[in-house]
Design a protein around this ligand. Structure first.
Ligand code: 3PY
Ligand code: MG
Length: 257
């Protein structure tokens, strides 16, 4: 876990963070990507094929490269957020936060009292941060970032209230699910005009609340567009597509030569 600069400081530093997005089931993949020039590495436990033990093992490997580790938990499994914070992740992304109650429950597992109800047991975070327990307890709520995913019509309608929930540090937009919602289930088109308009709204509301805006991008080119649009962090998906792109480029080079 990063202390100096902290992950929130990096996010607010004015330069959008470009974060690798991993779902392959082995900790060596996020460890490798952490050694590239990504600013952080996120592991996807909602849709990826990485299991809990593999993701936990990746946390110190990412930290060893000096990068913040993030995890996206499965829908509604907020207790898992605390377990990853214990292991030393700097940020947790919770999908499908569609009600204020969802946001409150997520925040309660992310933050120690008096903000939330996170329970004590930060074995990995203590080791990675080097902080004494009392100091870790005092600072942990400000060193870690909780991202509530906004990816439905319901969430868009209450985004201001979600942002007001104590312990919610920012919003993470899900353009694919947003597109399905906004197109009434008739298609998935994360770059559609409807999604673009929704993303402008999300950015404006997050800025007005003084919080952090993050988003997923399915390619580097799209990530560049979203970073220029003003998101504080763009996650570039995914390890699998990067592997395929690298394989295709190698083969093409060999076939040309
Ligand atoms: C979405 O685009 O819906 C996401 O959840 C990104 O992974
Ligand atoms: Mg989604």
């Amino acid at each position: 876990m990063l202390i100096n600069p902290s992950f929130p400081d990096l996010l607010k530093g004015g330069t959008p963070l470009l974060t690798a997005w991993c779902g392959l089931p082995d900790p060596s993949v996020p460890a490798l990507l952490a050694r590239e020039e990504f600013d952080a590495v996120a592991m996807d436990m909602q849709h990826g094929s990485m299991d809990f033990a593999a993701a936990l093992r990746a946390v110190p490997l990412i930290a060893a490269a000096g990068k913040p580790a993030l995890v996206r938990i499965p829908v509604g499994e907020f207790a898992m957020a605390s377990r990853f914070l214990d292991a030393g992740v700097s940020g947790v992304i919770a999908p499908m936060i569609n009600t204020i109650e969802d946001a409150r429950r997520f925040a309660s597992f992310m933050k120690f009292p008096s903000v939330g109800q996170r329970s004590w047991g930060a074995y990995g975070a203590l080791a990675l941060s080097g902080l004494e327990p009392a100091e870790y307890l005092r600072r942990a709520n400000d060193l870690t970032v909780s991202f509530a995913m906004v990816e439905t019509r319901e969430a868009l309608a209450i985004i201001d209230e979600i942002l007001e929930v104590p312990g919610i540090d920012g919003v993470f937009a899900g353009p694919a699910d947003l597109s399905i919602a906004l197109l009434g289930g008739k298609g998935v088109d994360p770059a559609s005009a409807e999604v673009e308009k929704a993303l402008d709204h999300v950015l404006a509301r997050v800025r007005a609340a003084g919080k952090i805006a993050a988003i997923f991008a399915p390619s580097g080119a799209r990530a560049g567009d979203l970073a220029r649009k003003g998101f504080n962090m763009v996650c570039i998906g995914s390890d699998m597509s990067m592997l395929r792109a690298g394989a295709q480029a190698s083969l093409a080079a060999a076939q040309q030569g």
